[in-house]
Every structure is written in C-alpha cells, then in structure tokens.
Design a protein around this ligand. Sequence first.
Ligand code: IVH
Length: 702
Amino acid sequence: MKSFAKTVVSKLSEKQAAAELERLAHEISGHDKAYYQNDAPEISDAEYDQLRKRNNDIEKRFPSLVRPDSPNLRVGAAPVDKFEKVKHRRPMLSLDNAFDDEDIVEFCNRIRRFLNLSEDAAVVVTAEPKIDGLSASLRYEGGKFVQGATRGDGEIGEDITQNLRTIRDIPLVLKSPKVPDVVEVRGEVYMSHRDFERLNARQARDNQPVFANPRNAAAGSLRQLDARITAQRPLRFFAYAWGEMSEQPADTQMGTLKQFAKWGFSVNELTVQCKSVDEILSTYSLIESKRAELGYDIDGVVYKINNLEWQERLGFVSRSPRWAIAHKFPAEKAQTVLKDIEIQVGRTGTLTPVARLSPVTVGGVVVSNATLHNEDEIDRKDIRIGDTVVVQRAGDVIPQVVSVVLEKRKPKSKKYVFPDHCPVCGSKAVRSINPKTGVPDAARRCTGAMTCPAQSVERLKHFVSRNAFDIEGLGAKQIVRFHDEGIIGEPADIFTLEERNGMDFEPLQEREGWGETSVSNLFAAIDERRTISMERFVFALGIRHIGDTIASLLARTYGTFDNLYSSLLQARDENSPARSELVSIDGIGEVVALSMVEFFSEEHNTSAVDRLLKQVVVEAAELPQSDSPVAGKTVVFTGTLEKMTRSEAKAKAESLGAKVSGSVSSKTDYVVAGPGAGSKLKKAQELNVSVLTEDEWMTLTK
Ligand code: IVH
C-alpha cells in the first residue's frame, strides 16, 4: 500500500487519511508493545509524541474515520459517578493454595483419583508465575473489546471498560485470522517495579500519597472513576485464563495461551509444560530463583491441567477449580515488638486475640496488627506482651505471629492470661466441650448472645458484607455508627431506616458527612436489596458454620426459603424426617446441621428472621441447567462405578442441578447402582425408587 506518511494532514484526501490512520494505529501499538512489554523502546519519546499528534490531527479532521483500535481510545474517557455492575457469564474463580511439595503430590494424586487414572499415568500441567496484581475479565465481540470487568465476588464484578482500555498491553481489536464471535480473556493487571518507583516519585513530588507496593498502586490506578487518571498510570496485563468463548481455539491450556499471544495479548514467557511432579518442582525452583530479577511481583507458581477436556470433567469445588493450584512462595518474615494483645469479639461470640505491634515492614507492606489465632496458640508459643516476636505475611492473608525471640525477652515479663469474661459485655466467656470427642473447643465464646453489643454489631457487619446483602454505601463503618447510636439493632432495622428517618432519630441528611444526595442514594441502595437471592439471604443470617458454599448448597437443595425454614423448624425434633433429610445432604455434616437447628430453635432468632421477612423478598433458588432431565432430582450413587469416580459422578450431577444424597428415602428419585450395591439398592426396590445402571445414568445426563 502506498504510504502518505510525508503528506501534511491538511492535504490528505479521505481515502489517504484512512490509510494513514491504519498505519499509525499499527505503528503506535508496535511502539507501545516495545516500550511496555519488552522494555525496549525503538524510538525517542519526542518521535513517539509526533506520531500521536499526527494521529490526533487526522482524527480531528475526519472524525468519521476514527478506528476501533485508535490509539486515542487509550487516553481515558470522562469520569463516571460509580462503576456499573457486570454479571460474569462464567464465574471468575480463585485458586486453592499449596504450600509445600507434599501438597503438589497430593494435587496430582487427587486428579488421578478423580479421573480414575492409573498411578503412573502422566498428569501434564502448565506452570506459570502467579502474578501479584488484580484479575480482570475482557470481553471481545466480533474481535472488538466491548467490556472489561473486575473480579468482584466472582459472580458480579464492576464495569471498568474505560479504565482497561487505557492499558497498552490490552488489544482493543484482536488480530485475525480466526477470532471467535465471543472471546473473554482473563488475566492479571499489574505494575512493574520500575513503573511503581517512578509513579511514587511523581506522587511524592506532587504531594500526593505514595503507594505501599506495586499491587496497591495497580489497584488504586485501575479503580479510578476518572479513566483519564488510569491512562497516566503505567499498568500492564498478562493473559492466563478465559471466560465465555463461542469457540475454543485449542484443546489444551498451552494451545489456548499461544492463541492469545497471536491475538495480541502478553502471555507470561515463563509459562512451560511439566509432565511429572519432579518437573513441576524444578520449575517452581527455577521461577523462584528468577523472582528477584523479573521486575514485577509474583507470589508463587500456578499449575493448571493442560488437557481442557480433563479441566471440564474436573470442574470446580466452591470457588476454585479442581484442575489448578497455586504453589505459594514461603511467607516473608520480620521481627517486631508485641505492644499489646487485644481481644475482639466476633459475630458468633468467639474471642479472638489480636496482636498490636510496633509497625514493621514485611514483604513491602507495613504491618501493625497480626492474628494470634486463639488461647491455646498463645499458650503453646508462650507469647507475652512486650516480647519481640517474628511476624510473617504471605500474599493477601492476614499477618501472623509465628514465634517469640526468647533471647530478647524482658526479665520481668509475665505469662499472658486469657480473659474469661467478654471484654465488651462482661458476660462469662467459656470454651464448650465437643460432646463427641470430649475435647474443648479452640475458641472461647462470650455467652451474652443477643445481649452482647459486640456480637450484634458483628452480625450486622456480616449481614451487609460482600457475599451477603452487599448494600452500597452501608459498609462496616456506617453499621458501627448506626449501631452505636441505637438506630440499627438488627437486620430488619436497615429496611425501616427510611420510614423512621427524622421520626425516631435526627434526620440523616442533617448529620455531618451526609447530604440529601448521599441519604437518598443510601435509601435507593437499600431498596435495591429488598429482593435477594436465597443463597445470599441464608449466608447473611450469619449462622455459625454456614459459609457461602453451604448457603448455596442449602438454597439448591431446598429451593425456597419458606421450604428451608419450615424444614428446619421441624428438624428441631431429632427423630423427624426433616432432620434425617438435612443430615443426608451430601456436604452437610452433623456440625452444620446442628448449628442450623440450634439457630432456628432460638425464639429471638426466628422472630428477628420473621421481622426481616416482612421487609424483603427472598427469591427461589436458581437451579443450574434446568433443562436437564435430572435437574431438581435427588440421586443416590451406590456400588462400584466403572466409567467415572464417585466424586466425578457427584460433581457432574450437581452441575446439572441434581441433589446428591447419601441415603435412600421416599424422596429419592434415582438410585444409580453399580456392581456390589447392597442395602441402598434393596431399600430403593422396597420404596419403588427408579434404579438405573451407570450406563443408563450416563445416557440420561449426556
Ligand atoms: S488462574 C480459573 N493464573 O490469583 C483460575 N490466576 O488466587 C483462575 N493470579 O484471582 C485463576 N496469576 O487474580 C491464574 N497465572 C495465574 C495467576 C492468577 C495471578 C491471581 C488471580 C486469581 C488469584 C487466585
């Protein structure tokens, strides 16, 4: 094609201008790549600016010719008030962690067991650095970047398209030849050490706050409501995973990453394949040895099963895939003085000791608090106030006190005595004895229950937390204030805040820090949550042992909150069918069942739930893949399965919306019986439950 690089802008014809814009887009993006990805600029900054200026001038003269991959689309759009929510079409998962070689051996064995492979079958994985940044999902339609989102809670993230557009490592248009209609590339946004230093120097010069580490700097830069600020921050991106894909470009992890690179993404160059545990461990050592010279932060190595069909079969548990694991680098350590031990009271009354430390930098972050776990831990390590202690911090986990430096202990130090009363309400704090084992619980608990303000405020904080009601503008800080002032005492009070505003208490809009707009935004955000999914609702109740995984299992099993509620009321009777149904749910043990029943046996709990139900509507649970013939059905597997392992069968059934139970009852829809089936098969026949062979089951769930 003829070049018009020398023609002055005012003389360009429309056709020539289009050709010039195309050339400039490619040339500028090539220079961006040289600069940002390879750290090897090929032209001077002034020459680069010339290219940018020429591009701008042409775009100004021919606005209709602005390309979807125009370099200008990286300068940042106008600020927004808040980020819109984006529902991920496929959840954004996180990773399970491995800390030592044993964990890796177990990972490979678990995969062999799950897929029923022989002990010596090769398990091929990819190994790549675990980048210490923030994950993001990028959606392309027809090859064009249309939406970018943060991970959020894994289900719903925030729309940060405009911010992501400014990152030069992220292609705005995917390079052909073959690009599927829908492509969602996921990866990590991060900042290099050099860029981080430069940014902090600039911040300091401009009297702006400096960032503690590159990860915080990347996070702070990416979540700017004004994308023009993001555009000035040197962010980068590595692609390592994907979400929805209308077509899979390869049948392996490695092949897919290679395709990503061809489409124009940066894929970490240390990514390799490993065929054995030995190869995995030597790759780990190799990457660890390069850690210091990489120029960006990594905190471990991630292994992923290379075969995508296996990935599919392995599926995921809770929020992590079974087919991947993060092998973390050892935690960083430092010494400091333990100034005090503070006791915090959690939502279920647990007294948790927290170390107040002289601030110390551990792995680039200033630490002044650390967890001491519990009473026995303090006792075992003989940790005393005034001691010099070793503190460690690994990735995003809470820092911990590892040990005491005895040589530095003061001669007059005294053994720490753990309080036996709640520091907040003064009630007795006790350690209950596990009835089965006779061993005392690790935790000492305040017996004040509803009367303990610490517990009620923690319950409320939990109620509004991210995986629960997640009310915008009503976070932990506001909850504490409203609780202390007696405005919100229990969850239902949140939903009557508006009608009580200015009646029971001074109008919010007249308080310091609140204006008309923020108050009406708060009420709108509360109203938005008057309809809530069942799993969030169950999780929000803050029942001991009921995390988000169990909450969602309960939602899928019982379908509606009414159903769960009435079953739990019946389950108070130990011999009721409702009780046996509850404990027969695969994934719910005695402890969880008992905790649920106990909660619903307390009148003050049920009345608080009833008051809340007057304010909110709990949606029926969404059953996954409701078009499957087994959706909503209860299945029991018994005998030996030959085509798949028990875990695989269970995971598959659940992914199709079936409930897997461990015992046969009149509520069972199918019993899948393999060779050697005994009492369960007999019971099924007695109760007239359909019995399927493994093959029949496979056909049904195809
Ligand atoms: S894969 C389906 N690969 O680590 C698995 N994650 O602890 C999705 N991360 O949320 C993650 N480097 O933010 C994967 N090479 C890598 C990674 C990586 C960093 C982050 C990511 C994820 C977190 C999980």
